[in-house]
Each structure stands twice: as structure tokens, then as C-alpha cells.
Design a protein around this ligand. Sequence first.
Ligand code: FE
Ligand code: FE
Length: 392
Amino acid sequence: MERIGIYGGTFNPPHIGHLQAAKQAVRALGLSKLLLVPAYAPPHKAVLPEHSPTARQRLEMLRIAAAGCPQIAVSDMELRREGISYSCETVKAMKAQFPGAELVLLMGTDMFLSFDTWMHPEEIVKNASLGVFYRGDKGEQPAIAKKKAEMEAQGVTVYLVRNEVIPISSTQMRRLLAFRCAGEFLPEGVLDYIRENRLYDTRAAWKNLPMEALEPIVISLLNPNRVRHVLGCRDTAVALAKRWSADVNDAARAGILHDITKAIDGPLQLTLCDAYGKLLDDFSKRYPRTLHALTGSMVAQRIFGENENVVSAIEFHTTGRANMSLLEKIIYVADYMEPNRDFPGVEQLRELAFTDLDAALKLGLEMTLEHLKEQGAEVSPASRDALAWLNR
Ligand code: FE
Ligand code: FE
């Protein structure tokens, strides 16, 4: 029997992860055809992020992405239907179109594990088998095996498709696009299309924006749970700048921008460094999570056109260094003590920051070192230098 794969999603934007998963499904399941079906409006996230491309533009990007793959085609079925795109309706319509074929509805593990919460799951499995992309993480294996057994007991065929592709979400992709380093994750031609059509802010002029314009952009690039921290850091940096006669505007900008790349996953931090031509020291390679300070400073400089003062304050906000500038000290301390921080000793730090900035900085560094020691983690050489310099 002919076997046809159905792979739905918002594809906002389509990236190489989607394409490689599709190819793996074709190979692993011996599909004669795989249909990529962009959702008009996905049920799980009924609203796409602001400034998303239109449904037609997402369809067009998918067509470009799939152009070189003979077994992969793009279906505009859900776009023509409009409204919320329910898989049960799509599968039913596909069954009518290909009555003699076995349909395989492809999905990620999260979707598979929550399959019962979909609209009419019983309708779906009447018309299709399920294909589940899994990464082979030890943690998820028992849950998947259990769910598969459950479904099979109900007579549903479940195929597991090993997916070796690096996990990258569309949200991450959109951030990489904003930071102008998404190229290597996009199928050929897609980046050109994105640029030509000015999608995802790839042509936005973000240099030297006034604070009112800068803030909403920064907030749109952060994880929502980090926004309060960043605003708190901005306010604290401004207060400290006033106290210690630093440039208040620079302090506000460094405060709001200091964690601008924090939402980028560890391995993708390395991608950012590559894209910006930055060579890394051994410590950074071992601890890619600490890289957000460096990558944040590069984004502040190249994407937002910030001055050297702001850029270096962002670069050293997690580690400090020897010979820190006034603004570097302020951002380091503000990051540590902003109003949302709560840990033993924070009150003392808050007091010191307004009476003796160097003492506050020293206390912050010492607490960090203590914390790293407890965790058995390495201390960055820059932090050691900073402490030696303060103790000189
Ligand atoms: Fe940070
Ligand atoms: Fe921070």
C-alpha cells in the first residue's frame, strides 16, 4: 500500500530542522510522498507572534525550502480552509483525496504525549497512523514507549522516527534572524525570500534608537519570564548612575540590553560567535551558557549600534574583569541586586551599592565564587582577575 506522510505546523519560518525531519521520515517510513501542511491558524497557539509573515508567505517559504526534494510537496489545504487548522479535518480531507493510501500523521514527542487533548483524536486515528519524531533522549523514552503501547492496544499504528537534527525552535529561529545570524539554519533560498520581503525584521534599522523605541524591541526578543528582571536592572542601573555620576542614558541602555541574547540556547550561542567572527577561549567553550554576556555585547554593538561604554558593560556583566569602568561596575552590581533578586545577603549588597560601589562589586564577586564552588563549577579567569584587582 502506498504510504503518505502528513507533516503540519506553522513553519514560522521553515528551517533546516523541519526539512531534515521530513527527509528522515521519507527514508525511515518508505513514504512515496510527504506533504508539508502549513497551518492557517494553529490550535495550540491560536495567535502567531506579532509581525509574523502571512499564511501565504509561510506557504511560499515552504515551497522554496522543499523545491529540491522530489518526494516532498507542500499542501495549501489548511490555508484554503482558513479558520483554526484542526488535524482531524486535514486528515479526513487527505483520506478522501488518497483513499487507497496509508496516511501517517507526523508529529514531535510533545504533541504525541498530549495527543488525547487534540480535537477529535479518535477521528484522526481512524484515518491515519501516527509517526513520532524522537531524539532518543533517555528521559523521554519511558513516556513515549508507554504512550505507544497504549495507542497500539487501541489498534493504532505508531511509528517512531529517529530524528538526529539539532533541536531548534521557530522562536529561536526568529531571534537568530533578528540578530542576523540565521543563515546556516535556513534551507537554500528561504533567507533571500525573507530579506526580499522584509520579514522577521531582517531589514529593520535598529541602530541608535531612542529608549522608547528600543525597549519594546528588546522585550520582544526576551523570554517573557526575563522581562521583569531586565526592567529592574535598567531602573537600578539608572539609580546607581545618578548616585555615582555615570552617564544615565548609557546605564539605562546597558541595563535593558544586558541579557539580550539570554534566550538563545547554549549551543546556538556558539553559532552567534561564529557568525560574528569571534574566537572563543577554552573557558567559554566549556561553558557556552555564560556566553550570553559576550554575544549580548556583540548584538548591542552590531545590531543596536551601542557605544563602547555600553558594549563593554554588557560584555563583563557576569564575570567582571580587572580595571572595570564605572559603567561596568554599575551594570554588574545592578544585575545582582535589582528588585526581583532575592537571596541571603542581597539587602547588604543593596546598601553597599549606594555607599561604596567597589565594596558592593567585591561582595557580588565573592558570592558568585562561593556559589560556583558549592556547585563544583569553574570560576572564570576574568572573575579571579577582578577580585585580585579589587584586593590590590
Ligand atoms: Fe546575564
Ligand atoms: Fe541579568
